[in-house]
Structures are given as C-alpha cells and as structure tokens.
Design a binder for this molecule. Structure first.
Ligand code: BES
Ligand code: ZN
Ligand code: ZN
Length: 503
C-alpha cells in the first residue's frame, strides 16, 4: 500500500473517499470534520441530530456530497468517548475506516490524522497509529486461493494523510514512515504464521531470513544439522531427529559488529509444525500447530523493522527452527538429551519441545553477553488457560527489563501480564536421572515452562513472552486484527527497541 502525506484541507481532496471523525456525544463538529460539515451544508450535524450516528467507537457512516466538495464520498468514523480515547483508539478508527473503504470498493482515499488535533496525543505517534491501523486492517492472506471469494473487493492501494498545518507535515511524515515500516513487518510475520507447514519449513524460514538480510542490510547466518551437532545443541537436535525436514538455526543481526552499541537478543520458537511427537496431540486442533513458529516469525518481523527504522542498537535474532514429528527416529518419553549449556534434560513429554529448542538458543545467546535477552514462544496451553487469547504471559528475572516490556505494552496495546517465577516452582522440574526434566506437571504450567528456560539464561537479563493462543485467532480481534495470524510480538518488540536508549 502506498502512503502519502500532504498539507491542506481534507474538504478539498479530489478522491473517491475522504475520512473524518467524531467523538461520541459531539453535536457541533469542529476542526476538519466541522469544515467538511459546513461544505456539505450541515449534513454531518443532520446525521447526528437524526440519531443515525452517535460517534461510538469504530462506528461508520457514509455521506454522498453530490458535488458539494470534490470527493465522491465522506466517511465519518466514531472515536467513542473523548476521555477514553488513546493511541489504540486511533489505530482502531483508522482500521475501521480502511475496512469500510474496501467494503465500498474504494482503492484510494484521504484521511485526517485521528487524534492529531487533540491535546494529550503526540501527533507523530497518532500519524504512526493511523498508518498501522490502515495497513494492518487491510491485511489478507490469499496466496493459496486460486479463485476470488464471493463479493471480493480489490485491495486499497493508496492512502493520503492530510494535515491542515504545513509546519506539522514533517511530523506526520515521520510518524507515517515509521508506521508503514512497522505495519509491513507485522504483515510479513502474519504471512509466515498463516503459511501452512508444508510451505513454511525450517528451510523456507531460513530462505526468508536470507532474503531479508539482502533487502534490509542485515547479517544472516544459518547453521545446519552438522554445525549444530558440532556446537553441541543436543536439545534442539533431539526435537529435530523425528523429522525428514532438516532443522535450521537462523541468526539475523542488525548492526552486526558494532561493539559501541548495546546488544539485545531476541529469541523466537520456530517449531514449523508441532504434532506433539511421540506424545502425539489429539487431532481436533492440530492444524493450528502450523503457527508454532509464531515466535520465530515475530523475531523476524522485529529484525526487519529494526533495520528499516535504523534503530541504534545491535539486535540479534535467534530462531531455532524444526518440526516436531513422531517417527522411528523420534525422541521418546524418558530419553535424556545433552543441551548446549551442558545441562542434561530428561524428556518426560515430547510435546514440551519448545523449551528444548529454546534452551539451546538461550545458551547460544550467552556468547553475545547481551544487555537483554527476550524470548517469545507459543509455549504452553497452560498460558492460554491462565490468561486467555488476548494477553501474553510475561515472566523474567530482570525487573528493569520486565518494566520496559510492560511500558512497551502500554504504548502498543499488545497486552502482557506478569506471572511470578518463585524459586519454589523449581521443585517441579527435578529429575531422577538428569539435571532437569522438561515438564513440571499440571500446576502452573506456564510458569514451570519459563522456570525451565531460566536455567539456560543464567547471568543474562532475561524475559520470556508466552504467546500461545495469541498468535492465531479464530475470529477478528479488533478492526486492525483480522481472523488468522495476528503478528503478535512485533510491535511490542519494536517499541521496546525504539525506547531502549530513551529513559
Ligand atoms: N505448541 C504447544 C503449546 C500451544 C498450545 C501453542 C496451544 C498454541 C496453542 C507446546 O509445544 C505444547 O504442546 N505444550 C504442552 C506442554 C505440556 C506437554 C507440558 C502443553 O501446553 O500442553
Ligand atoms: Zn508441543
Ligand atoms: Zn509447541
């Protein structure tokens, strides 16, 4: 999608559709909406007076100027109650408008910057949120459709942000560029997660990373099975041994070799399909396990955005990638694996495979002596039980890092909630035959999984995000999060990185 920014009055735009807005309860619109209302001879006031539009959050109404202004249509989007309005309200309003535009078959429209005229919201942030909402709401995954859906509409191709004040245009421009880079990264992550497992193999993920490196100036290294064996990544290779698809350990780096910058390592679980292995899963929801690489996909998206935004940090993405399948060669319950850290792991359940591959990735992260390590993983069904399908589980050993993640969550509206890592939970992971076992029983399943990971992150400021249930949605979550892959984690990571040096 092409995004433009220009100075002027929205009522002068000669396009198929212009977008203005209204807070709930307003009867006399001001600003750009007021200007359009005047040009239309009071049509927006009449709409409100008739009770046909109340300005409820994401409510839309379409008016037809019939020559009163150059635009063919006017879309009014509701912003809800002014005192409750925030940056996510901007994202959602922009998303609602973009969805309505597509429904109308409009491929080109102009919009004001929702929230831009309001004290309390930063104009640059508002412009970023408008672009994020617009692009993310327009996302769809059509790669495998050979025929159009019934009533299918074309994609919106061009959106222009119109800012009245010329001096403010550069600010809107900056926000819009960032919003576009971030939303395109999220869309890429969504594509990877929506992609079925017969396409998104570990090899295919490695190829995407390599292409990203070329396109965005990142450094990419891909370790194959032999190289992993040489290093001693016995936990990752244990998971991979049941599959015909070769595993890959993917490393993407932004500002590689810049030792003057802080190093942040992002680690993403890349199970391209999780059948459960010998502890095979029931069939009912197994197809959704193509999304078990959503952590790796989020890391890939974050690295893309970090490069596009030229974030002044050394950012390392580690993406251990493999399938988890049963076969005559697969690991069995009771097997013991020797991990890269040297710790031995008794595999009680082959379906707790994510923590095995992450254990080796976290041990690998140690070599960077990073200022922070954050892993992201569709790790436990227990986290879905605890926090549902909208809130990411957050656990960590470094209070400052945890606080930074919470702050990034507030700004991006990617909800997180912290769960405790009390020492006592460690009891549940004691093994009779090895240093640790890979499951701690039913109680506190999300926490014991994180506790297991903490053993491999020793000495590093570390936090863990459990996105199980958050990565793939069976319904639309809000106007800018359609059904399917959500791209969860990318915006959160980008915010964390952008705010790193700003205290
Ligand atoms: N990939 C799953 C977790 C998951 C569950 C992701 C639901 C998305 C939605 C993970 O590998 C897994 O199977 N975890 C087991 C762990 C158990 C065996 C200790 C689980 O949560 O049941
Ligand atoms: Zn599993
Ligand atoms: Zn899994």
């Amino acid at each position: 999608m092409e995004i433009r920014v220009k100075a002027g009055g929205i009522q002068a735009e000669d396009v198929p559709l212009i977008v203005v807005n209204l807070f709930e309860g307003v009867t006399e619109p001001g600003g750009a909406t007021g200007a359009v209302d005047k040009a239309l001879g009071g049509q927006i006031r009449a709409l409100i007076a008739a009770g046909d539009f109340r300005g409820k959050r994401n409510e839309t109404a379409v008016l037809y100027p019939a020559g009163a202004i150059p635009a063919q249509r006017v879309l009014v989007v509701g912003l809800g109650k002014e005192e409750k309005f925030d940056l996510d309200g901007v994202r959602q309003a922009a998303g609602a408008a973009a969805k309505k535009a597509r429904e109308l078959g409009v491929t080109r429209f102009s919009t004001i910057v929702h929230g831009g005229g309001r004290a309390g919201l930063d104009l640059e942030d508002a412009a970023q949120a408008v672009v994020e909402g617009t692009i993310l709401a327009s996302y769809r995954f059509r790669q495998h459709k050979t025929e159009p859906d019934e009533d299918e509409r074309p994609d919106v191709e061009m959106v222009t942000l119109v800012e009245f004040s010329t001096e403010r245009v550069p600010v809107v421009e900056r926000g819009a560029r960032a919003g576009q880079a971030i939303a395109e990264a999220v869309s890429m992550t969504r594509d990877l997660v929506n992609q079925p497992a017969n396409y998104a193999t570990p090899t295919a993920l490695a190829e995407v990373a390599q292409k990203l490196a070329v396109d965005f100036g990142l450094r990419c290294q891909v370790l194959d099975r032999e190289q992993m064996a040489e290093l001693g990544m016995g936990a990752l290779l244990g998971v991979a041994q049941g599959s015909e698809q070769p595993p890959k350990f993917i490393i993407l780096e932004h500002n590689a070799g810049r030792d003057d910058l802080d190093t942040i390592v992002l680690v993403g679980k890349g199970i391209t399909f999780d059948s459960g292995g010998i502890n095979i899963k029931p069939g009912e929801h197994m197809a959704a396990m193509k999304s078990d690489m959503a952590g790796a996909a989020a890391v890939m998206g974050a690295l893309r955005a970090a490069a596009a935004l030229d974030i002044p940090l050394h950012v390392v993405g580690l993406m251990p990638a493999t399938e988890n399948l049963p076969s005559g060669r697969a690991i069995k319950p009771g097997d013991v694996l020797k991990s890269l850290s040297g710790l031995t792991i008794e595999v009680i359940n082959t379906d707790a495979e994510g923590r095995l591959i992450l254990a080796d990735a976290l041990a690998y992260a140690q070599r960077y002596q990073p200022q922070a390590v954050v892993d992201v993983a569709t790790l436990t069904g227990a986290c879905v039980v605890a926090l549902g399908e909208i809130t990411t589980g957050l656990m960590g050993t470094d209070p400052d890092l945890v606080a930074r993640i919470k702050a990034a969550s507030e700004k991006t509206a990617e909800k997180v909630w912290e769960l405790p890592l009390f020492e006592e939970y460690g009891e549940q992971l004691k093994s009779d035959v090895a240093d640790v076992k890979n499951v701690g029983g039913r109680p506190a399943g999300a926490i014991t999984a994180a506790f297991f990971l903490s053993k491999f992150a020793k000495g590093m400021p570390w936090a863990h995000l459990d996105i199980a249930g958050k990565a793939l949605s069976d319904k639309e979550r809000n106007p800018y999060t359609p059904k399917g892959a959500t791209g969860v984690g990318v915006r959160l990571f980008v915010q964390l990185l952008r705010d790193w040096g700003v205290d």
